[in-house]
Design a protein around this ligand. Structure first.
Ligand SMILES: [Mg+2]
Length: 266
């Protein structure tokens, strides 16, 4: 990543053109919405929803949320008037705006191992917050003391790591947690969306977490990858934006670029 984002963004937005549908791919938590200990209270940054609504109302941009959460949680938190496409559980499930729902099928041995982990950690979550997902075992330690967090991490790793060395699972650290995941990651959403859409472009993916790096890499050479985060870190992203101000600026420029490419309101 270069330190100077302005020329990269200028070049990106100058690529908006009549007859093409820009593709806006967005992570939710930490990107569109600041973290909240109660994740059902995590609503978009002030001003972000309004800008996304304006972009949706233009009816030009193809807007898709790609999240680690179950996809069904996003619609009401995002609060847009029209349903949008959502890839949930890091690409495991796809919710189409018309209500269709697709899910990846896991091989039987992988499914059995995952069910066993769910059973164990639902009974005793080592003091962390355990989340049993259809494609993953997720341990959270956000909000715990450093000492408690270290203990939860140690015990979780002891359980997850042997499985991650076998077939069909990957170990994915994220901020304040650890995930043992089966199947696809966020790159599947990027690859699929780009392959389906002949008139799409330019494309951008905005994300904050380590799990977004797979999507950043998938977009390389085909679009703009944007790290949205209070602090910079090692990343495959092309540019870094500090939320909320730089994120809101980006969405405003997006809206204006659509408008100026004379594709805007019909
Ligand atoms: Mg995130």
């Amino acid at each position: 990543m270069t330190a100077d984002t302005a020329p990269i963004l200028n070049r990106f937005f100058s690529g908006f053109a009549a007859g093409r549908r820009p593709l806006l791919l967005l992570d939710y938590d930490g990107t569109l919405a600041p973290f909240h200990v109660d994740r059902f209270q995590a609503v978009p940054w002030p001003g972000a929803r309004e800008l996304l609504q304006q972009i949706q109302d233009q009816q030009v941009t193809r807007m898709v949320v790609v999240t680690g959460r179950p996809g069904s949680e996003i619609g009401s938190l995002l609060g847009l008037r029209e349903p949008i496409e959502i890839w949930g559980l890091h690409g495991f499930e796809r919710l189409h705006p018309d209500g269709r729902h697709e899910r990846e099928h896991l091989p039987d041995p992988v499914q059995r191992n995952l069910s066993a982990v769910h059973e164990q950690l639902t009974g005793d979550s080592f003091g962390g917050l355990y989340e049993a997902k259809p494609n993953a075992a997720v341990m959270h330690w956000r909000g715990l003391s450093a000492q408690q967090a270290a203990e939860v991490e140690r015990r979780t790793r002891a359980l997850f790591e042997p499985l991650a060395h076998g077939q069909g699972f990957r170990l994915l650290p994220f901020e304040a947690g650890l995930e043992l995941r089966a199947g696809r990651d966020k790159s599947a959403a990027v690859d699929t969306l780009l392959s389906e859409c002949a008139d799409c472009g330019p494309a951008a993916y905005l994300g904050d977490d380590l799990t977004d790096e797979a999507a950043f890499r998938a977009l390389q050479g085909r679009g703009l990858s944007v790290l949205v985060r209070p602090e910079l870190r090692d990343t495959a992203a092309d540019v870094w934006l500090k939320p909320p101000e730089a994120l809101l600026d980006f969405l405003e420029r997006w809206r204006d670029a659509v408008e100026e490419s004379s594709l805007g309101r019909k």
